[in-house]
Design a protein around this ligand. Sequence first.
Ligand code: ATP
Length: 219
Amino acid sequence: MYLKSIEVQGFKSFANKIILDFKPGITGIVGPNGSGKSNVADAVRWVLGEQKIKQLRGSSMQDVIFSGTELRKPLSYASVAITLDNSDHSLPVEFTEVTVTRRLYRSGESEYMINNSPCRLKDVYELFYDTGIGKEGYSIIGQGQIDQILSGKPEDKRDLFDEAAGIVKFKRRKTETIKKLENEHANLLRVNDILSELERRIEPLEKQSEKAKVYLKKK
Ligand code: ATP
């Protein structure tokens, strides 16, 4: 699986629609300070569902929308789409090419799409579990982040190893199953409470029924 292209429009410094096509091998992006090199990595991070604006070097999510220059008016939305080659089916979908799109409007409205079909943020996260590409993955490492990883909390380091070992998906499923089991356990307790309450009523009701039968017979 490799990154085939990134399409950016209205995201940070990219006012015009641009398409970056990548070929197999190593690609370097070169340019003067402040020309937008890191904005390309931010775009990839963002389209993968990044919710922490600090990771995107802004102070509110709307900061990612092109805010205008002396010569250009601000834009009303930001859109990023990345296309990955999936002919080896590393991503758990049948398509041989997968395009993930994220769009955000100034109104705050946002949308995610996988191969042009609207989807939830959760679907985007799930698509990339255990691939190392997800927003928690290790594929995008920003300036100064290696230091952050090395000096980070053991739990954070553990998350990184879990992702690399490909067990995040199973850990999540385990947590969900444990939660369901706990709910069922609580239901079972309630059923047992109701049962013991009903059982207590059986004996007096049996006595009453006997009396009623005797009465009917005598009558
Ligand atoms: P360096 O080499 O210094 O790390 P860089 O090439 O990585 O720089 P970036 O940090 O990617 O550059 O881009 C910074 C530029 O993006 C700045 O000129 C900034 O004004 C511009 N920029 C960031 N957000 C927006 C936005 N919402 N609208 C317009 N321009 C923006």
